[in-house]
Design a protein. Sequence first.
Lengths: 248, 248
Amino acid sequence: MSLVETDDVDGGESLSLHQRILSDIREKILSGAWAPGHRIPFEHELTAQYNCSRMTVNKALSQLAKAGLIERRRRSGSFVRQPQSQAAVLELHDIRIEVEALGLPYRYERLERIKRRSSADDRARLGLAAPGPVLALEGLHFAGERPFALEQRLINLSAVAEANEEEFLEIAPGPWLIGRVPWSEAEHRIRAMAADENIADALDIEASAPCLVVERRTWSAERPVTHVRFIYPAESHTLVARFTPSQG
Amino acid sequence: MSLVETDDVDGGESLSLHQRILSDIREKILSGAWAPGHRIPFEHELTAQYNCSRMTVNKALSQLAKAGLIERRRRSGSFVRQPQSQAAVLELHDIRIEVEALGLPYRYERLERIKRRSSADDRARLGLAAPGPVLALEGLHFAGERPFALEQRLINLSAVAEANEEEFLEIAPGPWLIGRVPWSEAEHRIRAMAADENIADALDIEASAPCLVVERRTWSAERPVTHVRFIYPAESHTLVARFTPSQG
DNA sequence: ATAGCGATTATGTATATACATATTGAAACG
DNA sequence: CGTTTCAATATGTATATACATAATCGCTAT
């Protein structure tokens, strides 16, 4: 059995050799030809089949292992892993981008700005241990004349002191923070919720109408930076997440 | 300027050299010390600083490039990339797992099973061009005595003929399909929705109560396999997505 | 039988080397 | 002055080699 005809005329694509090896094997796995648990040919066998050095084969297999498609065991060989937990990639764009993608004019409007010493609730939202100053912001993102999303944000002023100098009247805190604060970690929670009186009022929808809520907590170098809650009327927003098997 | 004291006593962790180079540089980027646009030392400079071969440095930089943290340009060098589009990883577990994680007994119950020639709506859901046989399933996932999620599923029988032999009375189609059909691509849509009469009835909630809807379309080798819609009462489910800068 | 030990084997990491390729900057030329 | 050409340079890929490390097989001694 041979993986490829190594004497083949080039099929047209110009992949490097280790990339071709990688995608050949990935194809075998994703197509089901090599079921989970199947032992992949040893490096020295692939070396012979592709007529290349072990380093080249190793590069391909190492990448497959890092991508989680295979598992490598010393002395035993490499094996196709059990179907991985389905992990999809969720792209979270700036709201301005989302709105402009709809061909509508975008506008941000501040509703509220309060500086205060963190309440217990604030600390819970931010994941803060000790009390300290925070900035609580509320604002509306518009798509044309219609409210598109309500934003409720907390900024940890101990981590981002400059935020205190900013009014955030017409520029949204999100874009402001990006670039100013390098963030190293983020956690998102997505759920559905009925609009309460205040939310319905701000978004100009009926009370108890369904909303999509996206909350994000952000850390920079282990320190909580911000917690934000985006509330979308159900009609106005759908999140899209894709799974594509790792390209190595 | 030196990145590390190469004569340092080992800090305790046993990283390989290229991994240490990688994480040193990643740290510089994530901490903000090297801002977007900053030119990373050339390979030959790092080679000198770490007293290692170019291949070792190259391995680290290549991985950073693949992870999207840096951009490499021939003849010019490697540069820190502009803050990437925020991409979070959404783990989508089997519902049984979700329920059992809550410490509740899990049960699946079929509500409906219809084999039919695909309607226009079916084809739209599956992304099918031509008509053909499909299996429409509806079922309930229970956590203890309470309905946890309603599942509405379409299976493309042209792609998964064996599904026609299965009744799906007590085993959910999700786990059944996994392992039987290798899937190569999936797309998820997440939104909020008000429960209509039928949904409210099935889930034992009030009509027009908010629900979280997760839809998934799955392909195997370019062919549509299944479309599924999970409908969760707002209280019962929160999706969690994490961003952690690629570990290379 | 079985516990321990050493040889074997596959992967993991690193080196020195070589040549390909894209891009830039400067020299040569019209 | 603008354009072409060419050499320099940094990255991209691949090789042959070497030794480290972990796991397994089979032999030996108890």
